[in-house]
Design a protein around this ligand. Structure first.
Ligand code: PLP
Length: 450
């Protein structure tokens, strides 16, 4: 029998420059990558193996998704068994049992009265689904004028038109012409001046939630459907919610009937040391978007979790018609459901959310151990997430972040970089010695960068 990882490694090593051409890579500097490709060929637990045979510690859970570590047997076996039993089940007007079981499990895990799940295939689809549900919910309630949406500067909500429009990252928006109209943005909460080197939630910044009052004053709450924020923003470079900030958003939304949507695509499933950021922070939103850790990254899947009242508002009118004209061919895909159920079992069996919580203090200390290095202007952390912000090299924003990323990879550690911010979010199975290795390596790379 062929050893699959070895065969793949051979194939990767044999790839010539031209073989790389056809694949247009996502969110990647294609020409730069193809000039010096970084190819991964297998993975297990905390490590990737590269095409050149090197082992690399995964300091970012793939892309914030492999929370239980790579290639876990339980998940791989569940996917394989399902693929043999039933590869696909028609998703509209038909269904299969595992989708119902998974929805039940998610309802149990979700905070408060969030008790229904709508399945998607990605974080971006979860975001668009949540926005559509919010607007349609108000329509159902006889408030069809509530169509405006509120996002936040530096927010990342995926790459669809809805998420891009609610999102607040200029590079993700500026090339794409017509964004959705009727969207306002709250100011972001990033401040080197007031909150640098905060451990956990910064004490400064709750007042920034008052900007929602200004938006309401401008448009009137009766025209606003929902506010969408990441409870902890990852993609823009790890922005931690100030103490009291999300509570204030919740209060304003409660008072005005605006729905509060937490985009938990990266904070869901244990990242902060609880099932969701909502649970960790003690704030129940109206809708939670998820993906990534739902299946441990093994099969693409997302889920939008909604409060009972929102779901129930749709359950009226002719029983012969779909209550929500929305869905995907692969909503609740059998392989994804199998992966998700096995993943949730693994999280529970190994108590991984509690493990993340118990490691968070050690992780925080290790991250903040880099405080005195040259170029470091901020370190931020929450749960098993840390962002290390570097001063930009003169005239070359992002160059230092990229250099540190590359140096880490050469030394055997994979981290993320966003501009000049290094982000780490390792699998929740990480050992303390590996936390030392992770930050030790990042520290060496920062010391070496110019
Ligand atoms: N929302 C948030 C908060 C994310 O971090 C991401 C991806 O990183 C997305 C949405 C988009 O998810 P996907 O890439 O699965 O579409």
């Amino acid at each position: 029998m062929t050893d699959a990882p070895t065969a793949q490694a051979d194939a990767a090593t044999a790839l010539g420059r031209n073989d790389l051409e056809a694949y247009w890579m996502p969110f990647t500097a294609n020409r730069q990558f193809k000039a010096a490709p970084r190819l991964m060929v297998s993975a297990k637990d905390m490590h990737y193996s590269m095409a050149d045979g090197r082992r690399v510690l995964d300091g970012c859970s793939g892309l914030w998704c492999v929370n239980a570590g790579h290639c876990r047997d339980e998940i791989a076996e569940a996917i394989a068994a399902q693929a043999r039993r039933m590869d696909y089940a028609t998703a509209f007007q038909m269904a299969h049992p595992a989708a119902f079981e998974l929805a039940d499990r998610l309802a149990e895990l979700a905070p408060g009265d969030i008790d229904h799940a709508f399945f998607t295939n990605s974080g971006s689809e979860s975001v668009d689904t949540a926005l559509k549900i919010a607007i349609a919910y108000h329509h159902r309630q006889g408030q069809g004028q509530r169509q405006r949406l509120v996002g936040r500067e530096k927010g990342y909500h995926g790459a669809g038109f809805g998420g891009m429009s609610v999102g607040g990252i200029a590079n993700n928006r500026k090339h794409f012409g017509m964004l959705l109209g009727g969207i306002d943005h709250l100011p972001h909460t990033h401040s080197l001046e007031h909150a640098a080197f905060s451990r956990g939630q910064p004490r400064w910044g709750a007042h920034l939630a008052e900007a929602l009052e200004s938006i309401i004053a401008l448009h009137d709450a009766s025209t606003i459907a929902a506010v969408m924020v990441e409870p902890m923003a990852g993609s823009a470079g790890v922005l931690i919610p100030p103490v009291g900030y999300l509570e204030r958003l919740r209060e304003i939304c409660d008072r005005t009937g605006i729905l509060l949507i937490f985009d938990e695509v990266i904070t869901g499933f244990g990242r902060l040391g609880a099932s969701f950021a909502a649970e960790y922070l003690g704030i129940v939103p109206d809708i939670i978007t998820t993906a990534k850790g739902l299946t441990n990254g093994a099969v693409p899947m997302g889920a939008v979790l909604v409060r009972k009242e929102i779901h129930d508002a749709f359950m009226s009118g002719p029983e012969t018609l779909p209550e929500l004209f929305h869905g995907y061919t692969y909503s609740g895909h059998p392989l994804a459901c199998a992966a998700a159920l096995a993943t949730l079992d693994l999280y529970a069996k190994e108590d991984l959310f509690a493990r993340a919580a118990s490691l968070a203090g050690y992780f925080e200390d290790a991250a903040h151990g880099l405080k005195d290095l040259d170029h470091v202007v901020d370190i931020r952390n929450l749960g098993l997430v840390a962002g290390i912000e570097l001063e930009a090299a003169p005239g070359a924003p992002g160059a230092r972040g990229y250099d540190v990323f590359l140096r880490c990879l050469e030394k055997g550690v994979l981290v993320r970089y966003t501009g000049d911010i290094i982000a780490t979010s390792p699998p929740l199975i990480i050992e303390k010695s590996q936390i030392d290795e992770l930050f030790g390596t990042v520290g060496e790379a920062i010391e070496e960068t110019v």
